[in-house]
Design a binder for this molecule. Sequence first.
Ligand code: BGC
Ligand code: BGC
Length: 615
Amino acid sequence: MTSTKLAARLVALLALGAALYVPGASGSAGTAADTAAYRDPSLPVSDRVDDLLSRMSLDEKIGQMTQAERSALDPQSDLATYRIGSVLSGGGSAPADNTAAGWADTYDSFQRTALSTPLGIPMIYGADAVHGHNNVYGATIFPHNIGLGATRDPALVNRIGEVTAEEVSGTGIDWTFGPCVCVARNDRWGRTYESFGEDPEIPSAMTSIVDGFQGATLGGPTSILATAKHYVGDGGTEGGVDQGDTRVSEAELRAIHLPPFQAAVERGVGSVMISFSSWNGEKVHGHRYLINDVLKEELGFTGFVISDWAGIDQIDGQPGFTGAEVATAINAGIDMIMVPYDYQQFISLLRAEVEAGQVPMARIDDANRRILTKKFELGLFERPFTDRSYTPSVGSQAHRDLAREAVRESQVLLKNNDDALPLSKSSDKIFVAGKNADDIGNQSGGWTISWQGSSGDITPGTTVLEGIRDTVSPGTTVTYDREGQGIDGSYESAVAVVGETPYAEGEGDRPGGLGLDAADLATLSRLEESGVPLIVVLISGRPMDIATEIDGWDALVTAWLPGTEGQGVADVLFGDHNPTGKLPMTWMREAGQQPINVGDGKPALFEYGYGLDYG
Ligand code: BGC
Ligand code: BGC
């Protein structure tokens, strides 16, 4: 540590008051806390919370409202020093040993630190397990939400929640920042694939995943806390701009964007994350009416509200956060702040706001009551460490089989001239091409191993090409060339797997065209020139502008972002599964139609709900 950093730390510590740091009072046997009522699992949770709250100092309460990034907690003892109640891994923030066991070790180490404080309040660790436990190398990666929306199968999505929770539990993590129940209205938005659909009916139905994550009770052995995000209107911004402004009437906000949150609250979702976006120019992170009045009072949400990543920094439009922003956010009803780096500053600012009477103690107590209730319900006080019996479930065959089933069900057959599909497993020669045919990273999309995702062999899985090779008969020749070079008229069919490459929030916004890139167009025209029947498989996070190309294709399957189990795509191409997927989004005729949505009267290329089968 540099001397200036050390000095800053000392000043911060002094400002917090000496009482905060109690050397030796490490929660070991013999402290008063060991026999305290809050430690007694036979008492009702509300009694335990009352007892614990009565023992907590203001600093301890403020710590519970603070969430810091794993990598920012340096030294790790800061977790105990500042009584920080929660840790997160941001997108791609993995321990050096990015294996299930490495995550479990990291989790347990943080937890030991948290338990070393006098009251021994366990920390709660959150991560974005948004299509499987996607930061973990070797985890099962499920289709992104847009594909799950196409399945129209809430029971399947519930099972995905269950097995994802098992993988998450096997790494110690207690809490996922999912599901995203955004209603994506403009496909230019780079988070469109995180949406189950453009009409609230599908995102509402798919809150079945909340039950899968949380289990029948939060105290189950593989239960994890779920998060409905991003409250509210994240998918409705002008121009589909990420973190932008949702300019709609209250009636429209309630009709389009609110219903999935209501559904999640009815299912007992444990947390809700606030949206970076604004509603008619006002940042939701400071919006007391939407958070306190609508979410908590009207919908009756009893869990806790988490901010988004440094979301409070944006309230006043200036970089960084001030005491006023902290007070505005907490008074609006946010219970825990994803700081994620400047936790010392956050803690001292919140303390100053409370002391100045800007944030009432009742609000601090309410936030703590909500957070601690979930910690008790999760059983963190009784079972604070990773249950290693679930660690081997990460990426298990049984979970991959479920993911393959989800991939199959998510395929949408949009065109099939002259029964070009299904392909015959006993064809002599099949040609496969396209940049997304043999690339696990591309078929998984953003939020996979890293925040934005990346191309290449980033984690184990089966590519679409491998799925095709594994399906055909031994006598079939499958020739692959990424660019489509070398095809001639001797092939019975050509399969082009094209579309988008990985992106996530921000990077994925496409204010210009929504068409295929030059490489894909070149590949496709090579295949078309051969005269071989052309099957196009589109791997993309959203509908694409293909109206001028589609006439040259015999069949079109949209695969969305299937994840690691590309075999599920082959299952549909060869008829092992008769396509059942239906569009969860209206498919534009041209990019200039955005936003285009069901019921708006704009002429679509394919309507919301469209999807063929093999008859
Ligand atoms: C983190 C993400 C986070 C983003 C916010 C990234 O560095 O990895 O988790 O959402 O920053 O800007
Ligand atoms: C994203 C959230 C995510 C958080 C933590 C933010 O940038 O908007 O969806 O849960 O980062 O990674």
